[in-house]
Write a protein that binds this ligand. Structure first.
Ligand SMILES: [Zn+2]
Length: 297
């Protein structure tokens, strides 16, 4: 998954008021995306999830003029990442703004993780330049990752929205099936699992039951936590659950959200996710295809 890469790039997001050195990464984002240099390596089928691109992110030394407002983000092993909060910077030669979502195809994975996680923090900083309570201009706390209001002392923390991914299964003897869904309104939507955001006041287990009922009209039982995954593309922390259909397996598709949903036997599961190494959804679908009920037992 996107957060899984070698220990040499272990994630450390403890905040310290570091100053960037010339070799440190300094990320910059606009509405168009993340400043990156992408090289096509050819041959690979990127649409099938194969890596077709290699990306590099800018280091301080690459910028023709040093960005003015820079804050420390996190480290991946020995590599430190900073964020330039300037509206505009002079882009280093060879770098351009690339859609962070599009970069999901690119390698190496730790830089993809850095670009996505940095984008979440960039959105958070930019959305909180003014205090939501009193309207005063906010400041960055000097020794912690907080936005503070000098007028009313309001403190804003980074935004993380929990959501669930639900693998709904039915296993009787050799008949092992899973519910896959496809979103409406997206021509390129891949087959996916039931998913949705947690409502305020709602435990994760109830999110699973509610989303499965809303999207495909099924009751579920035997919820089992699998893994969680930061999904910074949408400010989300995804929590993956396996569960079993309880009672009538007849699917009723919520057409306002989904184009289609149906049961797939293991041999029917499309291979379009086989090369998807970034997402928890992809990992769970592929795990069920290969292992059936042993995926969680
Ligand atoms: Zn305030």
């Amino acid at each position: 998954m996107i957060q899984e890469f070698g220990v040499e790039h272990a994630y450390d997001n403890h905040f310290e008021p570091h100053e960037p050195a010339e070799k440190d990464y300094v990320l910059h984002y606009t509405a168009a995306g993340c400043l990156a240099r992408v090289t096509h390596v050819g041959g690979a089928d990127a649409d099938a999830g194969d890596s077709g691109e290699v990306m590099e992110l800018p280091r301080l030394a690459d910028y023709p003029r040093r960005p003015g407002l820079v804050t420390y983000l996190f480290s991946l092993g020995e590599e430190r990442f900073f964020l330039a909060l300037d509206e505009r910077v002079l882009a280093p030669a060879g770098f351009a703004y690339e859609s962070v979502n599009w970069l999901r195809r690119a390698e190496p994975q730790h830089l993809l993780f850095a670009a996505a996680t940095g984008s979440q923090l960039d959105r958070w900083y930019r959305a909180n330049r003014f205090c939501g309570r009193c309207g005063a201009r906010t400041e960055l706390a000097s020794r912690s990752r907080e936005v503070v209001c000098p007028e009313c002392a309001s403190i804003v923390y980074p935004r993380i929205c929990p959501g669930v991914i639900c693998a709904v299964t039915s296993c009787r003897g050799d008949d092992e099936r899973i519910v896959l869904t496809r979103y409406a309104g997206r021509t390129t939507a891949l087959w996916a699992l039931v998913a949705g955001f947690t409502e305020i006041g709602e435990p994760l287990e109830d999110t699973v039951r509610r989303e499965v009922m809303e999207e495909v009209g099924l009751s579920v039982r035997n919820l089992r936590f699998y893994k969680s995954q930061p999904w910074s593309f949408t400010d989300t922390l995804l929590v993956g659950f396996w569960c079993e259909v309880d009672g009538d397996p007849t699917i009723t598709v919520d057409r306002s959200e989904l184009k289609e949903a149906r049961w797939f036997s293991r041999s029917e599961i499309p291979l379009e996710r086989t090369g998807d190494h970034a997402s928890l959804t992809g990992e769970m679908i592929e795990r069920f295809r290969l292992m059936g009920r042993a995926a969680w037992e």
